[in-house]
Design a protein around this ligand. Sequence first.
Ligand SMILES: [Zn+2]
Length: 46
Amino acid sequence: MYKTGDKPGKGEYQCYNCRTVIRVEKDEDALPPCPKCGCEKFIKLN
Ligand SMILES: [Zn+2]
């Protein structure tokens, strides 16, 4: 489980609440809040 502000690395992350998928483009980028529901918890996708 990752949360907003973490820098878990490049990849796709799914909102824990509404399942919207967001993409982190760079390893140094932090996870934003979910753009759809504002949730701050995410699961990493493969
Ligand atoms: Zn969401």
